[in-house]
Design a protein around this ligand. Sequence first.
Ligand code: AMP
Length: 431
Amino acid sequence: MKVLIVGGGGREHALAWKCAQSPRVAHVFVAPGNAGTALEPRTTNVAIAAEDTDALLDFATREDIDLTIVGPEGPLVAGIVDRFAAAKRPCFGPTRAAARLEGSKAFTKEFLQRYKIPTASYATFTAADFDADYVKTLRLPLVVKADGLAAGKGVVICHTHESTIETATAMLRGSFGAAGNTIVIEEFLSGEEASFIVVAHHDQVIALASSQDHKRRDDGDLGPNTGGMGAYSPAPIVTPAQHARIMREVIEPTLQGLRNDGNPYVGFLYAGLMIADDGTPNVIEFNCRLGDPETQPILMRLQSDFVELCEAALHGNLHEISPQWDSRAALGVVMAAGGYPGAYAKGDVIHGLDAAARLPGKVFHAGTQQQGTEVLTAGGRVLCAVGLGDSVEAAQHQAYRLVDAIHWNLVQYRRDIGHRAVAREINSGAK
Ligand code: AMP
């Protein structure tokens, strides 16, 4: 069969790499892909942007693609699954209506509250009804969020009422474009974050291996928020008891609620959680797709056929399969261009990829571009180096050996990806 992966980041490189390993797959196309996907066996890049649904559907029809898997949220929120379904082309992901869970934070907060799923208390405002006096009565710190998609940047934590009101006013005046026409102001939650990703078809659901990412740019979880600077799997905070609680209190009521509302969910569903000290799994956000960079370590651990998993979810046969996971830990370190998540340079030559390819582990590409025999930087997050090991610490060691082999002008990365899990391992005496 032929598979089309939509997107061109590190997540999509991991998806393409994993799909190409399936014995059922003759060829994988990636639109638009990157220098890493271009080098994978049985894989070809196609010069179509991830948002260009018309061209993607034309291509899928022309090539008679059997399965399309969508990486990023943009095309899902814009309705690519509905378009493909209307043309009877299999496309794995949620419909536009179900993808609102990621596309609108105000929609999601109302949904969570209505179905009594744990989340921070909140209020929503537009420019017409913003109430600064009411905001002054709320307990600090507060979190101000743009309602729509803002590439992970539309969230500001405020420690004074003045800064909350200022941030809210700026968003409502358009500092995040139309995404901030509606805003959410919510209670600040403390605890430890975990990513919980499932694959679902209506009421059928299988949890993927747990994972945790690092959103802040700098060591010690400091500095500005980014799309993610590294991730590892499994996440020790998701114990079997915690796993059962998340399924019961978050995932099952969410899928049930969507069905009740007439928007049954098909696809990957990612719950960003803040696990409180008492174990309450508060929902911070939902994503309607796999996470980046969580996908890279998660798929490194998947031993069974990923295409089979997606097809079972697409056709409602999830009860027939049970994915097998490598018991080892996987850990990915994102290597980014200097300046990211602000302005950064493109076009720097990446050195050491050949040396890294001879080491254990796997380097997934994100913002890269092939030029002649060289690979150049072409985005903010450039690579994700993933190691495997019997402990998170061992996986971390393998990942950083890859990182140390690679260099370009002004490369930046964190040296402490996995630090919480490693500290847990040391405290518990695990090796
Ligand atoms: P979001 O885009 O909603 O995932 O938010 C980005 C990041 O902001 C999250 O990963 C958290 O680290 C932080 N965050 C969002 N909402 C809250 C909250 N209510 N309390 C504490 N931290 C939050």
